[in-house]
Design a protein around this ligand. Structure first.
Ligand SMILES: [Mg+2]
Length: 160
């Protein structure tokens, strides 16, 4: 629902759907398509009906085929929502713009990435919690994101 609709419907407006914003390089993978295991494990468990995954990346459209393949190969959610950086735009400005756009449509649980000056700055601008990935040890950041997702019911009800 847009901000306009929200202003029209006021308190009757349905809650915004949930989303999580995820950087790709050095956050979910290294060297373009080498998966970071803890990242893939958390993302693959997300209940797609409950939380939409949006990838916000400095990659341009040129990388689309390889990016799609990576997402499919690892059965990650969100392949329809990869926000590539337009060739005319800097990655920092692109990430900021997408974050600000997404908070209009979604309640963004968090944004996760390895660059504080890019996605970290973008998240703060949009008022979204930021989880920074340490490239040399991504496990704690993904554990933190997992906790935030779990608190928001992102993994659904465990079965069996
Ligand atoms: Mg990155």
């Amino acid at each position: 629902m847009s901000d306009l609709a929200r202003s029209v419907f006021g308190d009757d407006a349905p809650a915004k759907p949930l989303a999580v914003v995820v950087d790709l390089d050095d956050t979910v993978c290294t060297g373009f398509d080498c998966p970071i295991r803890c990242a893939v494990d958390v993302l693959a468990r997300i209940d797609r009906q409950r939380v939409t995954v949006h990838y916000v990346t400095a990659r341009t459209d040129v990388s689309r085929t390889g990016t799609d393949r990576f997402i499919m190969d690892h059965r990650l959610p969100g392949w329809r929502h990869v926000h590539y950086c337009p060739k005319w735009q800097g990655s920092k400005s692109h990430k900021a713009q997408v974050h600000v756009h997404l908070v209009k449509e979604y309640r963004v649980i968090a944004s996760i990435g390895d660059l504080d000056e890019e996605e970290g700055e973008a998240a703060r601008l949009a008022g979204v919690p930021f989880v920074r990935v340490d490239r040399s040890n991504p496990v704690p950041a993904w554990a933190e994101l997992e906790k935030l997702l779990d608190t928001n019911g992102a993994f659904g009800t465990p079965t069996g």
